[in-house]
Design a binder for this molecule. Structure first.
Ligand code: HEC
Length: 116
């Protein structure tokens, strides 16, 4: 029993470390992190890793226009991501902020290409 709890802790610590190093590696701009936390995007998305939703670097590979990404935030199309649960529509995100997030996601495209 004691061993099991120890393992749980190890997993929790590894998870937390994983999250903080992911942030350190990609250096997400502060205003973007703030928006992602404000609108809870970060609950389901990491910049460069699959979480509940796809990594933003993978979204960037789809080469959407910024406007299309804004549309997809308001009205997700789960058919674009087989194997993922559907994303909740987020019409509460003001257009300006959605566009800022969209531009950031698309700015990851060169990085996504380099990773291939
Ligand atoms: C409750 C979890 C959850 C939250 C919160 C969430 N997403 Fe998603 N997101 C997903 C999942 C799952 C997918 C893949 C399935 C889909 O598109 O419906 C996805 C897909 C996406 C896509 C790709 C759309 C496409 O069709 O290619 C973008 C862009 C995106 N999310 C951006 C955001 C942004 C920006 C926010 C915050 C405003 C956000 N998401 C919040 C879970 C989430």
């Amino acid at each position: 029993m004691k061993k099991k709890i120890g393992m749980l802790w190890a997993t929790a610590v590894a998870l937390m470390m994983g999250i903080s190093t992911a942030n350190a590696q990609v250096k997400v701009p502060e205003n973007i992190t703030a928006l992602m936390n404000k609108y809870t995007c970060s609950a389901c998305h990491r910049v460069d890793a699959r979480l509940v939703g796809p990594a933003y670097t993978d979204v960037a590979k789809k080469k959407y226009t910024n406007e299309k990404i804004v549309e997809l935030i308001y009205k997700p199309e789960p058919a674009n991501w087989p194997g993922y649960p559907p994303m909740v529509p987020m019409p509460q995100v003001p257009k300006e902020d959605a566009l800022t997030l969209a531009k950031y996601i698309n700015s990851l495209a060169p990085k996504a290409a380099a990773k291939k």
